[in-house]
Each structure stands twice: as C-alpha cells, then as structure tokens.
Design a protein around this ligand. Structure first.
Ligand SMILES: [Fe+2]
Length: 284
C-alpha cells in the first residue's frame, strides 16, 4: 500500500471499538477499495470495569475564559455543505439556592468568518437563550446556564477551510480564531473519507482515551450520536456515585448535576471547534 493509500485511511470509531478491515501499520483501506465486511476489533480489556469521571478540578473541564468571552465552541453540520452552525456559551453557569439567570439579550451572537485568517470578511448573526434546571424541593440546588449562542454561516464553498471568530464585538468579547473545513459536495466519489462515529462518550478517563485516539486519526467528520455526557449520576450538590439508586435511594426526585455538561463542552472544544459534527442528545 502506497503513501496515497495510507493518507486515505478511513476509520470508524463506535464507542470504544475500532471498526476496520485492517489495523496494521500500513493503515486501513479506504471505502473506495470496498465494499468490505465489517470487522470489529476486540474491546481493549483495560477499558473494562470502573470508568472514573473527570473531576471538576481537571484543567480540561475548568473555565479558562474571562467575562463574556466565548467558551464551549462547536461547529455543526447544517443541511448542506454550504452552511454550518457555530455554537458557543458566554457567561458562567450558576448553581445554588438563589440563582439569577443571565439575560440573553445582553450579549450579541456574531460570527466573523472567511477563507483568509485576516481579514475575516463575512459576518453572521444568530440568536441566544439560557436554560434552567429548577427543582420543586427545598434543599436541592437549581442551575442556570450561561448564555447559549447559535449562528448559521451560509454561502460556504465545499471542501474548503474557513477561519472564524465568534462572540460579541462590541463588549468586546470575541474568541480566538478557529478554523473548520466544509464537507465535500455530495457525490458517488465525493464524501468525507475519515468519519468518526462515537456514542455514549461520557466524561471519564476512558473518554479521554477514546477522544485522544479519535483526534490522532484526524477525522474529517465526527458524528456524536449521543449520549454525550451523564449528569444523572450526581446530586445537585455535586456528589457523584456509580449507581444513583444504590447510593441515593432516599432523594425526593432523581437529581442531576448540570455543570457536568459544561465540563463536557469545555473538554470537547478542541474537537468540536474544528470538526463538523452532529450533536447527539445529552443524558438528563
Ligand atoms: Fe448512554
């Protein structure tokens, strides 16, 4: 197999199993060499058993931006190759007994983008919202998110690298410059050659192994089919357990710890800020 073939490796990650017909040093044949019978690589036994969540002290889940600078930046496929959605969050979440939701109208939703890193000649404006998790029980802590922004970029060329910044240019609070590549125009021999599909990703040290493996294979497209993260193994005070009903059988309602989703968004930003992806559902 020559260099060109090696560069055209196709792969598919399903949960923590690598699916391919060959996983030698020379790589996996491309889909253009197929069709092949699916081959499942045995599960790495070191992944079995106890999956330990990343703690809130892990630097990969900490908030590193200031004020209303964007965080948890994500690029998602839109309906065709010529548009994508960019999403991000501004302002920190709050959790406690007396929370005050942020006003989405106070921070604009702007994306500047272009094929050149500078100047970013195009501009898209979007919308924003917050969500709250409110419990009707005394003693449980309530949650309100930061401001969640979505903006749709249009008029994009296929198979093309674009640079972008998101945020509010008037505060000012714009992000650093990120980039993504659009999908190729759809056709029998025109499609993303490296596709990663991952489900039930969670936010554990096993997750970090899976994501490191995924990044190491430079996918053109990441499909996050859900679940993406688990907030439902925690009390609202952040106390977690492997089995909620075993450890917290006396709670008046199944509690959750919503900041786990913010942690996931921060942890995943290196992937989601550059790969077109399709966000799956969150878990509780
Ligand atoms: Fe799941």
């Amino acid at each position: 197999m020559g260099l060109v073939s090696v560069l055209m490796i196709s792969f598919c990650v399903l949960s923590i199993s690598l699916i391919g017909s060959d996983n030698t040093v020379l790589g996996i044949p491309t889909t253009l060499d197929g069709p092949f019978k699916p081959v499942t690589v045995p599960l790495d036994q070191t992944f079995r058993g106890h999956a330990v969540d990343l703690p809130d002290t892990d630097p990969r889940v900490r908030r590193i931006v200031q004020g209303f600078e964007p965080e948890q930046i994500s690029v998602s496929l839109s309906t065709t190759h010529d548009s994508v959605w960019v999403s991000w969050i501004t302002g920190d979440f709050q959790i406690g007994e007396s929370i005050k939701p942020l006003n989405p109208k106070t921070v604009a939703s702007v994306v500047r983008y272009g094929r050149l890193r500078f100047p970013l000649v195009h501009k898209a404006t979007g919308h924003s919202l917050v969500y709250n998790q409110l419990y009707p029980f005394v003693g449980l802590q309530n949650y309100t998110s930061g401001i969640i922004h979505h903006a749709r970029l249009t008029g994009l060329k296929p198979n093309t690298l674009y640079y972008y910044q998101c945020g509010d240019p008037l505060i000012p609070a714009m992000s650093s410059t990120y980039y993504f590549k659009t999908m190729p125009a759809s056709g029998p021999k025109s499609y993303p050659s490296r596709i990663a599909i991952v489900g039930d990703l969670g936010l554990t040290y096993n997750t970090t192994s899976t994501v490191d493996h995924m990044i190491g294979n430079s996918p053109d497209l990441v499909l996050l089919v859900g679940d993406v993260c688990y907030a439902n193994l925690y009390l609202t005070n952040g106390t977690g357990a492997d089995c909620y009903s075993c450890s917290f059988s006396q709670t008046p309602i199944h509690e959750t710890y919503q900041p786990r989703w913010d942690y996931w968004g921060r942890y995943m930003q290196p992937v989601t800020s550059k790969n077109s992806n399709n966000g799956g559902r969150r878990k509780s």
